[in-house]
Design a protein around this ligand. Structure first.
Ligand SMILES: NC(=O)c1ccc[n+]([C@@H]2O[C@H](COP(=O)([O-])OP(=O)(O)OC[C@H]3O[C@@H](n4cnc5c(N)ncnc54)[C@H](O)[C@@H]3O)[C@@H](O)[C@H]2O)c1
Length: 363
């Protein structure tokens, strides 16, 4: 049965809203649904940055709460204070390289944090419900996940919602575990959940440790452009605002207990993507073509590196009518321009704890 989330004033708790994708989701919902109250819960780790949301902060329907999804007491109080009708859960440790260096941090936030949040939602929504099987009418727990849970593809084929889970990195293993817990809460407690598994996102506010912003910013600074292994690793890239729109569609129209794959129909081999970004940057910086490509440096491969990810998003298109709107050429150019125009943001995120990690990894 199609689920319709009540469009009368409801309160949506968005976790991880100060991060890359979360900030676009918060902006999308706060602006498109002024009658909804949007509560952004974020621990402001190295990846969370309230500068991402300066334009949203004055909105009367927007609220920020600093806190940790691993903290059950904090969550209980937060649910009591704001009484959210639904949760869109994005908070996570999200960088594969970091998960290789410190897997436990990923288990703590992505697995334990998600289960702690599920408990908080279930207990808060079940409270005042006398029956043994609580009625979660009008409630929704939306879990945002990644296509990396499906493992790695060869040259052919696509991940569908039926593809067997086969995570290879500590990051994808932790996300896979969290997905399983979310589904277990649907089957065990009847919690109305919905999930999506999305391909790689790109766009403004992306942390400069991820490939696209890393390349753009290293070109800006004349630094080398590290490309793992032979550069033939393939990823599907989705414009982050298209992801926010897909989340909106699934949040409002997705069916309880279902999973929807989200993809960009936009596969790139890493080396081709890096060369494309080099050409765009040469043009934007007024440099001779080929200047930036001379910075490309092949570096030692990432352990357990998945060869190819590609998404079959036909379920989302056929059932709910969502499709990506932004073509890669346009999106890559917009992203490059955004980084050139937002040096203050960059200077901020490239300081402190992040700076130390970045220098260690990429110098
Ligand atoms: N980036 C991608 O390409 C991509 C693709 C598919 C799915 N996802 C998923 O989307 C979500 C967001 O990804 P992102 O790239 O925006 O990540 P991000 O690292 O940019 O942001 C994560 C946010 O979560 C917050 N956070 C981390 N630990 C927390 C905790 N314990 N309590 C509260 N807040 C905490 C951080 O402060 C940050 O603001 C993640 O769940 C990720 O797995 C990302």
């Amino acid at each position: 049965m199609a689920k319709t989330i009540n469009n009368q004033q409801s309160t949506i708790l968005i976790t991880g809203g100060a991060g890359f994708i979360g900030s676009h989701v918060v902006r999308h919902f706060a602006q498109k649904y002024p009658h909804h109250k949007i509560v952004n819960l974020d621990a402001l780790t190295y990846a969370g940055n309230l500068e991402n949301l300066r334009d949203v902060e004055p909105s009367p329907n927007y609220f920020f709460e600093k806190g940790d999804i691993r903290d059950a007491v904090f969550l209980k109080n937060l649910f009591e204070k704001h009484q959210p009708d639904s949760v869109i859960h994005l908070a996570a440790e999200s960088h594969v390289d970091r998960s290789i260096a410190n897997p436990l941090a990923f288990v703590e936030t992505n697995v334990l944090g998600t289960v702690t949040l599920l408990n908080a939602a279930r207990d808060s929504w079940a409270r005042g419900n006398s029956s043994r099987q609580p009625d979660f009418e009008g409630k929704r727990f939306y879990h945002v996940s990644t296509d990396e849970v499906y493992g790695s593809l060869g040259e052919e084929g696509y991940f569908t919602e039926e593809t067997r889970y086969d995570p290879r990195s500590p990051y994808s293993a932790s996300k896979a575990a969290s997905d399983h817990f979310v589904r277990a809460y649907f089957h065990t407690y009847g919690l109305p959940v919905v999930l999506s598994n999305c391909s790689n996102n790109y766009g403004p506010n992306h942390f400069p440790e991820k490939l696209i912003p890393l390349v753009i910013n290293n070109i800006r600074q004349g630094k080398s452009l590290p490309v793992y292994g032979d550069g033939q690793y393939t990823r599907d890239w989705l414009w982050v605002k298209d992801h926010a729109a897909a989340i909106d569609t699934i949040f409002h129209q997705g069916r309880d207990g279902e999973t929807y794959n989200i993809g960009g129909n936009n596969e790139w081999k890493n080396i081709d993507l890096v060369r494309k970004l080099c050409d765009i940057m040469d043009e934007l910086l007024g440099q001779p073509v080929g200047t930036s490509q001379s910075l490309i440096t092949f570096v030692k491969d990432r352990p357990g590196h998945d060869r190819r990810y590609a998404i079959d998003a036909s379920k989302l298109k056929n059932e709910l009518g969502w499709e990506p709107t932004v073509k890669s050429e346009e999106g890559f150019r917009e992203t490059a321009k955004w980084y050139l125009e937002n040096e203050a943001w960059l200077a901020h995120v490239l300081s402190g704890e992040y700076q130390r990690y970045y220098e260690q990894q990429y110098r």
